[in-house]
Design a protein around this ligand. Sequence first.
Ligand code: NAP
Length: 337
Amino acid sequence: MASMHKLQAKEIRLASRPHGEPSEENFAFATAEIPELQPGEVLVRNAFFSVDPYMRGRMNEGKSYVPAFAVGKILDGAAVGQVVQSRDAAFPVSTWVQSLCGWRDYFVAPAQQLRAIDARQAPASAYLGVLGATGLTAWVGLNDIANVKEGETVFISGGAGAVGSVACQLARLRGCRVIASAGSAPKVAFLKNQLKVDHAFNYRESEPLQQLQTSAPEGLHVYFDNTAGPQLEAALYAMRNRGRIVMCGAISGYNTPVPGPRNLALTIVRRLRIEGFIVVDYIHRMPQFLAEMVPALRAGKLLHQETIVNGIEQAPRAFISLLHSGDAHMGKLVVRV
Ligand SMILES: NC(=O)c1ccc[n+]([C@@H]2O[C@H](COP(=O)([O-])OP(=O)(O)OC[C@H]3O[C@@H](n4cnc5c(N)ncnc54)[C@H](OP(=O)(O)O)[C@@H]3O)[C@@H](O)[C@H]2O)c1
């Protein structure tokens, strides 16, 4: 206990707010003393933490659905780790936990704020990806927002990314015809060969509307939008009457806002429904989600694709790369602490 008390936590802070594209100077590494445990608290050593596009919005000033990061203060995000000291009987040493205390190696928190995970069911990092908020986002978007049905044609942009790769697989498991896009040849190959989508294309090297019109001549029932920008515009043209557009993300405009689609009036002509959602409003769906996903993962019906970056000091660079198109990562991007 005495030696642990002297432990310093390594953490990443917001050094300054980026304008446009972030750079490594916007991040600072710091150490902080780990406080002595109070009753009900645990000390956790993070094993992996998540790198997520929504963090870019939190680096800006101003109110969003989550508070902005404060300059000079620690960043945070989803993480999984193991309890190394405990003053809560329900969370003994070695318990694997999921938290929102990422971007650091150790942290102390009330055990009540943590969720225990079963790392025997799946690798711990999967609870940041296919079994975590990422997977839940895909699941909620397809089930609760789009209400996809067997036989429908679904287009998923950002298909090789964290949310997109789960959405592609779930839509296929629901019996849908899946069209997916990504920004590089290896990602398109991954979509076709590993995720087995019906049609995949590189949105940077081909015309998205033409791809959609040839692969879905009858039109799209559902568009699961991770990017907004030109792909949203193309999808609007390609929707069937009474189609549904799930607004999950708009990454094409996170660094520099992009204009909205010029053909939004098609929502009237085609009687479309466009609905945005934030996964944190659906945490109550976690039990149903896990009840479906864990057996599917264990039975090999779902692929848990992740890219692991080693070392907390690599996190800023990994985050910057996430906001770009390219091959830097496939599936869920996590940092191994
Ligand atoms: N609504 C919610 O609650 C919720 C929850 C989680 C995530 N999201 C959103 O879902 C989307 C995907 O998140 P994720 O965690 O799964 O990230 P991700 O897809 O694993 O990573 C981001 C990917 O976006 C693509 N990208 C980057 N710049 C782009 C651009 N200008 N145009 C088109 N694509 C671009 C890149 O893939 P390519 O190389 O293929 O271009 C990049 O790898 C994001 O928009 C995120 O904000 C929403």
